[in-house]
Design a protein around this ligand. Structure first.
Ligand code: SAH
Length: 213
């Protein structure tokens, strides 16, 4: 895996594009400028992966579009050392951005093929989240509560177990909808029983599915 001046230049252009599209969190833009996105896709896509588009990563899944990664991360309102649960590791790119921002990351992927592939990439980058093969609907109760929960697959409804594993004062970012278009929700946990939900536009994610494959 090599990171050339060409790749660095393409990342800089991508950062400018994201800034023009309204991403204004400088730490997030710096992380996108730093993490080599081309490590996370097949080498034949290496040049194109710095376009603001999603790409296939195998097993019928996609690496989220850079704007979506930046937008969801911005909504998470990360504080350094936040304990974050990510559902849908996929390529591992969003995971690497969270780690770069100083979060302690627990990430779950349900597809074995993707889980194994991203372990290799993240290890080579010396990026070390706590990674699990599992069903994100279950969360990770033994490590709960989490300051932040980020779901990167489209859920039909907000999973109750994830709400329970969110810390009071915590925040969950989750795309919710019953077709292939979802609404981006931010759920603030105000107390053990009280939540505030805000909406941030429509997106299109692959579906959040039950069980392991
Ligand atoms: N953040 C990833 C997005 C990948 S797409 C990236 O940028 O690469 C969403 C991922 O969620 C897919 O890899 C899919 O297999 C996974 N997924 C879907 N339902 C899941 C579930 N219940 N638990 C864990 N992962 C799930």
């Amino acid at each position: 895996m090599t990171d050339s001046f060409l790749h660095k230049g393409l990342r800089k252009k991508l950062v400018d594009e994201l800034r023009a599209k309204g991403i204004d969190n400088e730490s997030i833009l710096a992380a996108i400028g730093k993490v080599p996105r081309h490590f996370f896709v097949d080498s034949s896509f290496a040049q194109h992966v710095y376009e603001d588009k999603p790409f296939s990563i195998g097993a019928g899944q996609t690496i989220s579009q850079p704007f979506t990664v930046a937008f969801q991360t911005q909504l998470l309102d990360l504080k350094r050392f936040d304990k974050v649960l990510e559902i849908g590791t996929g390529s591992g790119y969003q995971t690497a951005i969270l780690v770069e921002l100083g979060a302690t990351v627990y990430t779950i992927e349900r597809q074995r093929e993707l889980f194994i592939k991203c372990q290799e990439i993240l290890t080579q980058m010396n990026c070390l989240p706590y990674s699990f093969l599992g069903d994100g609907y279950e969360g990770k109760p033994i490590f709960a509560p989490f300051d932040k929960i980020l779901v990167t697959a489209g859920a039909k409804t907000v999973p109750q177990k994830l709400l329970e594993q969110l810390a009071v004062g915590g925040k969950m970012v989750i795309p919710v909808g019953d077709s292939n278009i979802q609404e981006m929700l931010v759920i603030d946990k105000l107390s053990e029983k009280k939540y505030k939900t805000s909406k941030f536009g429509t997106f299109s994610f692959v579906p959040m599915l039950k069980g392991i494959e």
